[in-house]
Design a protein around this ligand. Sequence first.
Ligand code: DX5
Ligand code: ZN
Length: 224
Amino acid sequence: MHTHLIAPSLLSADFARLGEESKHVLEAGADLLHLDVMDNHYVPNLTVGPLVCKALRDYGINAAIDVHLMTNPVDRLITDFAQAGASNITIHPEASKHVDRSLDLIHSHHCRAGLAINPGTTLHYLEYLLDKIDILLIMSVNPGFGGQAFIPSVLAKIQKARQLIQASGRNIYLAVDGGINKENIKQVAQAGADFFVAGSAIFTQSDYKKAIADLRSELTHANT
Ligand code: DX5
Ligand code: ZN
């Protein structure tokens, strides 16, 4: 297992001040930034494209940018986001016609490749794809919006995913995205996650440092 990573989702940040917000949350102790890309087609919401990722880089953001592509199709945007400075690119298998090829495409740009599994999707995609991914992102809400409630049945899926990763012997991050807060993060960690995306739990707070410290303090208790 890796050390725990906390990735604030910029979806809940102030979009008019995205550069500042990104810097602020990194100074407050975030490990990396999670950028939710929604296309009003794969999900019923519309957010940002590669220009915004590039703008964050130009603004001086050097931390890893974890791009979560909720778009269909994915391939063109994989290349565009890689060129715009993405570090990790995670795709939904249902959104790519040739998901194995899309994962290769992400690696060809020297980015980490992630696969996102929706709440209603089983882990069957992993049977032939586990070898190709660096991040497994378990969705604990249906993709499309921030501020939704964590779906508890996902905990069992996280446990199962942890077992599969363990059995593979590969160095894969197990990320969880949606509804993570200081009340449930410990349980999510105990189920086997080591990478936590949190939007509203951080950006609705006035003190980001305290919000992140609260999450981390729960994580230090996860082993007890
Ligand atoms: C949902 C996004 C999440 C979301 C998380 O489609 O993938 O990253 O912004 O936000 P919270 O933590 O508020 O559920
Ligand atoms: Zn996300």
